[in-house]
Design a protein around this ligand. Structure first.
Ligand code: DQA
Length: 139
């Protein structure tokens, strides 16, 4: 089974950025742990701060991988182009958020992507990504 994790803008700063909201673990350390928990799954990771690069990655893996877990960061709330890319590919996509976006500013309550996704997971810290992977394994 092949799963792609995609992180969008500012998520390269996990562990450094707004620790009270996003925690103090780096994504690289979390990824080591995640891969140990699911040795039977090939977990690929990609991060970019650039909208078009996120779209290119969706196109690249979206016809061959079994699942995509995406945290598009702030592009979640704004990007019709990423929403269209998710609609264009065959691989199912799960939208995840580290924080509970519904407890935060109102502009974070809406997602351009969610209606094109299999489901949305928010508010479980980095465990949100594992919950997404777990769903792909079970289905
Ligand atoms: C986020 C929530 C977004 O609103 C924010 O812009 C992020 C991170 C999260 O994981 O909680 O960059 O997607």
């Amino acid at each position: 089974m092949k799963i792609q994790i995609i992180n969008g803008p500012n998520l390269n700063l996990l562990g450094v950025r707004e620790k009270s909201i996003y925690g103090s673990a780096s994504f690289d350390d979390y990824l080591i742990d995640l891969r140990k928990q699911y040795p039977q799954v090939e977990i690929s990771y990609y991060q970019s701060n650039v909208e078009g690069e996120l779209i290119n990655k969706l196109h690249q893996v979206g016809f061959s991988y079994d699942g995509i877990v995406i945290n598009a960061g702030a592009y979640t709330h704004t990007s019709i182009a990423i929403a269209d890319a998710i609609a264009a590919i065959n691989t199912p996509v799960i939208e995840v958020h580290i924080s509970n976006v519904y407890k935060r500013e109102e502009f974070r309550h809406s997602s351009m992507l969610a209606s094109n996704c299999k489901g949305v997971i928010a508010g479980f810290g980095l465990d949100s990504y594992r919950l997404g992977i777990e769903n792909f394994i079970k289905s």
